[in-house]
Write a protein that binds this ligand. Sequence first.
Ligand code: CU1
Length: 156
Amino acid sequence: MRVIRHVLAAVALVGAAAVFPAAANAADKVCKLAISGTDSMTYDKKELAVAGDCTSVELTLTHTGKLIKEAMGHNWVLVNTPDLSAVANAGMSAGPANNYVAPGDKKVLASTKLVGGGESATVTFPTSVLKKGGSYSYLCTFPGHNSVMRGVLKFG
Ligand code: CU1
């Protein structure tokens, strides 16, 4: 009987230890955002807001059109606003095989893959890449799209 009690106590301790990592993550807050792209080369939103207590963002881009991605592909790329043109140009050079995002581009804060009509893509990124009170730009880097497919993301 005594042995069983010891075993139960050990199991309880292991259980408690397993709970601690979860408790440490209790402050994590994943905030979900959604944006759509259309066959008319537009996003449905010009502005996105992320609350200051979000620790990460899960953004889903949905292409609500019917055109294939080779003709009307869209992605969602987050940058510091002054880097917008540089990222768009580097993306164009990188081409469709890289979803029009230059591999390893440090100016890219987050990006989804390229999607065509009826498809969607999700990217999750930590808000540690953002500054509280900051304002950022997002764009579609498919060639020619960023002139109209761009918007502002605010954090905090
Ligand atoms: Cu696009």
